[in-house]
Design a protein around this ligand. Structure first.
Ligand SMILES: [Zn+2]
Length: 474
């Protein structure tokens, strides 16, 4: 006879994968994949907790309890039969039928164990190769001219901002009063057809901040990062992040940010805030605005300042102060719109800070991906929806910069309605900063007259999906 603990363990190994698969399917309406596994490995406890809280609303707690209870009963029943003293017909029959059932379930949920192993191995080797190849990438950049005009270039990375929820893009609620006003001034260009290259933060940003894109074949380890290019061209580089740093594995994004001369994570573990003792899931981007005031940018120098917002990351009500709720707090949409409105106020504060600084040149704001909030989803490639790709792209520039780069500005203005995916942020930033690394092509540079704006060529999900614009989609 099988010892009882042994039987329990066997049953656990047998029934756990289907439970995970069908549980995930029930709550996320998506199949558990290698991408899911990567996201799990790269998250941190606070982010995971927020995800579960948002994915399991109170109304669905009974379903979760039922699934867990059924799982526990199955385990107990199986281990009891398996532990019967002698081979009996009952035991044999029950065991066999359970085994067949479990195998069928496991097959239908494909191989969770395989997915776990593949996901882990893939992250590990990609990460190692990327970090290990930094010296080769830097060697290739040696000899870049370092004597351009002084300038402060600011790249603001948003989070889960869907442009269809921004009044500057025509949303009925006035969620972005500042952007709506400033886009009418000559300082601002609002791009109408920007899309995410992937609907998860890390894959999206690992393309946005490196030479990798969906339209050219470049291995991750060969892809120059925006930081490497800027440093090689004599820029002082600063990364200020309001997002978490630690996952089970350090991510390519952390590796890229760490290349900066100054890299600051205000909430390295998300639970804990820098310099404060209390643990909280509530993180507002006002922290980033305060920290920005402490960053010095010297006159006459060339600086790249990257600011990574918490933006509209779920849980939305944790992104703005308690007394800030211009659209109420009743529905998920109300709370999402509050977070968009709060980000608009934060962007105004960031712009008001940096435009006063000596040699301010440009500010670029884009979001890593959108959010399918109207369809009841967040963002998740397993449950892909085109609305997860609808992002804002905003460019603000000083008078001096616009006068100095008049032709480039005119080209950019002429491309306001052109399609763009945010893997081409690297090309845009290098073009704005007048850095020529030799690894960009004019057809991917929206600031170039040779930009190929043919809508049909644009992709998302790292090439796997065609772009579906809002009017054609949903
Ligand atoms: Zn994101």
């Amino acid at each position: 006879m099988l010892a009882r603990p042994f039987a329990l363990l066997a049953a656990l190994l047998l029934f756990l994968p289907p439970l995970i698969f069908w549980g995930y399917y029930a709550f996320a309406h998506a199949c558990f994949s290698t991408d899911t596994m990567q996201a799990i490995l790269q998250t941190n406890p606070a982010e995971a907790l927020q995800y579960v809280r948002d994915a399991v609303p109170p109304a669905r707690v009974p379903l979760l309890l039922f699934l867990l209870a059924a799982f526990a009963l199955l385990l107990v029943w199986y281990s009891r039969i398996a532990a019967l003293p002698a081979p009996t017909l009952k035991r044999g029959g029950a065991s066999l039928s359970l085994l067949c059932g479990a195998l069928l379930l496991a097959l239908s949920s494909y191989n969770i164990y395989g997915i776990v192993a593949i996901g882990t191995a893939r992250i590990f080797s990609a990460q190692q190769a990327f970090v290990a190849s930094a010296p080769q990438r830097l060697t290739r950049l040696q000899g870049l001219p370092q004597d351009g005009p002084p300038g402060l270039y600011v790249l603001v990375i948003g989070e889960s901002a869907n442009r269809l929820h921004m009044s500057a893009y025509g949303y009925a609620r006035d969620t972005t009063p500042w952007l709506r006003q400033i886009q009418r001034t000559p300082d601002c260009l609002l791009f109408q057809h920007a899309y995410a290259n992937f609907v998860a933060t890390l894959p999206a940003l690992s393309y946005a901040l490196t030479a990798q894109n969906q339209y050219e074949e470049t291995d991750a380890e060969d892809a120059t990062t925006l930081i490497e290019a800027a440093k090689a061209a004599g820029f002082h580089t600063v990364y200020l992040s309001n997002q978490g740093k630690l996952g089970l594995y350090s991510t390519p994004l952390v590796a890229i940010a760490s290349e900066c001369d100054e890299a600051v994570w205000l909430h390295p573990q998300q639970f804990l805030s820098k310099g404060r003792e209390e643990k909280s899931l509530h993180i507002e981007d006002s922290d980033l605005v305060s920290a920005l005031q402490g960053i010095e940018t010297a006159p006459g120098s060339r600086t790249l300042l990257v600011l990574h917002l918490m933006g509209s990351h779920n849980t939305y009500e944790n992104r703005y102060p308690e007394d800030f709720h211009p659209f109420g707090s009743e529905t998920l949409i109300d709370r999402y719109d509050n977070s968009i409105a709060y980000t608009d106020a934060i962007l105004q504060q960031i712009y008001d800070d940096v435009r006063q600084r000596p040699d301010f040149a440009c500010l670029v704001y884009f979001s890593d991906h959108g959010e399918a909030v109207d369809e009841g989803y967040m963002h998740n490639g397993d449950a892909y929806r085109p609305s997860m790709t609808y992002i804002p792209l905003v460019l603000l520039a000083s008078d001096t910069y616009r006068a100095r780069s008049a032709a480039k500005w005119q080209t950019l203005a002429a491309h306001r309605d052109a399609y763009f995916t945010n893997d081409l942020i690297y090309d845009l930033m290098l073009s704005l900063m007048d850095i020529d690394t030799g690894d960009t092509r004019p057809e991917n540079d929206i600031a170039s007259p040779a930009y190929d704006a043919t809508p049909a060529r644009f992709r998302t999900e790292h090439g796997a999906e065609l772009i579906v614009p809002p009017d054609a989609g949903d």
